[in-house]
Design a binder for this molecule. Structure first.
Ligand SMILES: [Zn+2]
Ligand SMILES: [Zn+2]
Length: 300
């Protein structure tokens, strides 16, 4: 037997959506203004200073929402690395929308596109193809990638409640803003929404930019994905990105006990409560390959 093939979960039907090479298409100024406006407002924390409530809002709105990107939008909606109920699936989707990264179908369809064409010319966010900053955040503002590519995500696109959240993804951020203002007033809005969201965005984006540049490659995946312990701590385990490109369907990206993967530990906790189940793990052949052990070959 040869080594376990690079595992992919992406659908087989793709079109060749293209952009002008090296050019950003004309920006849509409304979302672009909102995006940079939140960055500027985040600086407002320097003027108001923190209260204990503000700091709790910041920590909660950063770490809790980060899990719903890593454990929800990424490991569930993009890769189906575990199973859950339709109700909890909806909860994961709604909490994902609070992260201000658009809806679950858009996010997961873009991510499946990334894995399908990773670091090839068609890749939606490859530092190799379009430069570091385009991979980090430029692609998100590019009108070429605003539409949900439903052909990539028919498995979740069939649920009307997910289509609703995908269209009305602004409801999640609106709910979070309301909560922050109710708990902490204007200061709570600056700390719990503007600063936490800016931190959340750029932590998430490091996986598209730095994790394809900085770190080590245990596996030859044919792309530039890297493992990086610092980024893994920052992103609840997503920094084990070379592992992830090797075996995308795994619910754990830290393949070995020393590779800290907090998203996976939270998923194990949710499994104990019966909220999620059937967590997928990397096959033994992939783990052995990562240890440098060649797979056994049977005699001809
Ligand atoms: Zn990647
Ligand atoms: Zn992925």
């Amino acid at each position: 037997m040869s080594a376990e093939p690079i595992q992919t979960e992406t659908p087989a039907v793709f079109d060749t959506h293209s952009q002008a090479d090296g050019q950003w298409n004309e920006l849509d100024w409304v979302p672009t203004t909102v995006y940079w406006g939140i960055h500027v407002l985040a600086l407002g924390v320097l003027l108001v200073g923190p209260s204990a409530t503000d700091l709790m809002l910041l920590a909660g709105a950063f770490w809790v929402r980060l899990f719903f990107i890593t454990g929800g939008y990424h490991r569930y909606f993009s890769h189906k690395s575990y199973k859950t109920s339709r109700a909890f699936q909806f909860f994961l989707a709604f909490m994902g929308t609070t992260c201000v990264q658009k809806g679950p179908l858009w996010w997961a369809s873009m991510h499946r596109h990334h894995h399908r064409f990773s670091d090839q010319p068609e890749d939606v966010h490859s530092p190799r193809q379009k430069g570091f900053w385009y991979a980090h955040q430029g692609w998100i503002e590019d009108p070429a990638w605003q539409a949900t590519r439903l052909e990539y995500i028919p498995d979740f696109g069939k649920y009307p409640e997910l289509q609703f959240l995908n269209k009305w993804h602004v409801l999640g951020p609106a709910a979070l803003i309301t909560l922050c203002v109710a708990v902490g007033g204007f200061s709570g809005f600056l700390w719990g929404f503007c600063l936490a969201t800016t931190m959340l965005w750029h932590s998430t984006y490091t996986i598209n930019s730095l994790s394809h540049r900085w770190g080590s490659a245990r596996y030859d995946t044919g792309d530039d994905s890297r493992n990086n312990g610092f980024l893994a701590l920052l992103t609840l385990g997503e920094g084990w990105h070379n592992n992830h490109h090797r075996y995308q369907a795994s619910a754990r990206n830290g393949f070995y006990w020393w590779e800290v993967d907090i998203t996976y530990y939270v998923l194990l906790g949710l499994e104990k409560f019966g909220l999620v189940w059937a967590l997928r793990k990397p096959p033994e052949a992939v783990l052995a390959e990562g240890r440098g052990v060649l797979p056994e070959r049977t005699a001809a």
